[in-house]
Design a protein around this ligand. Structure first.
Ligand code: MN
Length: 196
């Protein structure tokens, strides 16, 4: 995220608001990124103002803060991470080292996708499903509730799907599994690989 004068600024998305349809509609982008994510950033800015967190890197706030500051900082970060993973030219499969690691640890790319979706569907209530790596490059699929973030567990996030109802309800109503399944069509694996 862009930071100027100790204030976080919401970056413009690198695609038009209707570019990810039908996986994510224009309306969902406008509410989810334009309103929900903006509110997390606005709250983060209010909460750090005049405190010891004002000059701290956002990742360090996420690793150390508790309560409303953690919630808003992590949600601000998670949504940027989520929306900047997608592209209208996305889909397909990873290549190179990441593809090899996924196949070694999950058997196949299809099996990885199934396990990732199952973990996302299995989260009770709001949260996020993650693919992360540890310092040795070992991959992990993890679930987090609410604003949870694998950075808190010393992992490096590579990919996340938002399972809060606000992420899919306008387009899919209660069909979370369908919503997650469609996201594979827009994942930009170049971005995910660059994080690996
Ligand atoms: Mn969200």
């Amino acid at each position: 995220m862009i930071m100027e004068m100790a204030t976080y600024i919401q970056p413009e998305l690198p695609y038009a608001s209707d570019a990810l349809a039908p996986a994510i509609s224009k309306e969902t982008i406008e509410f989810h990124y334009g309103k929900h994510e903006k509110a997390y950033i606005d709250n983060l800015n209010k909460l750090i103002k005049g405190t010891e967190f004002e000059d701290m890197a956002l990742e360090d706030i996420i690793k150390t803060a508790e309560g409303p500051l953690f919630n808003n900082a992590s949600q601000a970060w998670n949504h940027i991470f989520y929306f900047f993973t997608f592209s209208p030219d996305g889909g397909g499969e990873p290549s190179g080292h990441l593809k090899k690691a996924i196949e070694e640890q999950f058997g196949s790319f299809d099996n990885f996708k199934n396990e990732f979706e199952k973990a996302g569907v299995g989260i009770f209530g709001s949260g996020w499903v993650w693919l992360s790596k540890d310092n040795e490059g070992k991959l992990f699929i993890t679930q987090s509730s609410n604003a949870g973030n694998p950075l808190r567990d010393g992992l490096t996030p590579l990919l996340t799907f938002d399972v809060w109802e606000h992420a899919y309800y306008l387009d899919y109503q209660n069909r979370r599994a369908d919503a997650l399944h469609k996201l594979w069509d827009i994942v930009d694996w170049n971005v995910v690989e660059s994080r690996y």
